[in-house]
Design a protein around this ligand. Structure first.
Ligand code: ZN
Length: 214
């Protein structure tokens, strides 16, 4: 059985997140929503996260501003703010594990993901850092990202797919993607492939020099 994990970044969005939740519920799939802190200040969006949580999904931290990858930030205190402020706004939305996904500026895994300050903050706060291995760039090709994603999933043992619950229209293809993946023998799980977790509960699981700016 080949496992596959879905994650939704950059929301919550009043129009698209409910659509995604409906589709996931219909398929009985649990996932994770990595949310942008600034958006949680809006009560309507915050309530969408509560709905997601109530339906069994995990809510993760995806920075506050989502403007500059933390490894490229030049300001002392920026990473602490980006992660810490978002976690405060999440409050009870964060479950047992404190999940953090860095902003990859288009899905790239390199030393722009974190700076030293972010790394220390994640270790001290016992965060789990969740990367990815399939980014079908749904924002660029909202009508056929699902086909790209299927090809990319074929190349990895346990795909951890990043798509976005934004108003690009891409999530209209989510249902189709799920059906294609299931038809190809994949089973949707909520857990993450260990390969995508360089930091678990604040502990380094591998050399992180490739994701931290020096
Ligand atoms: Zn993002």
């Amino acid at each position: 059985m080949k496992k596959i994990t879905l994650s939704f970044d950059n929301g919550p969005d009043p129009e698209t997140t409910p659509l995604v939740l409906d589709i996931l519920a219909r398929h009985g799939i649990k996932s994770t929503f990595f949310v942008v802190g600034d958006k949680l200040r809006d009560p309507e969006r915050h309530a969408l996260c509560q709905r997601a949580q109530a339906e069994g999904h995990w809510i993760g931290n995806h920075t506050f501003n989502h403007l500059v990858p933390l490894g490229l930030s030049k300001h002392v205190g920026a990473s602490t703010f980006e992660i810490g402020r978002t976690q405060e706004l999440m409050g009870d939305l964060a479950g047992d594990k404190k999940l953090f996904r860095p902003f990859g500026g288009g899905g790239h895994i390199n030393t722009s993901l974190l700076d030293r300050e972010a790394l220390e903050f994640l270790q001290d706060g016992q965060y789990t850092c969740v990367l990815w291995n399939v980014v079908p760039r749904d924002w660029e090709t909202p009508d056929n990202w699902h086909q790209t994603a299927m090809q990319m999933c074929a190349d990895v043992d346990w795909p951890l797919v990043v798509v976005h619950d934004l108003t690009t229209g891409a999530m209209k293809r989510l249902d189709e993607f799920i059906e294609m993946a299931e038809a190809a023998g994949m089973t949707f799980v909520q857990e993450f492939s260990p390969d995508c977790l360089p930091i678990v509960d604040g502990n380094l699981r591998r050399d992180v020099s490739g994701i931290v700016a020096s």
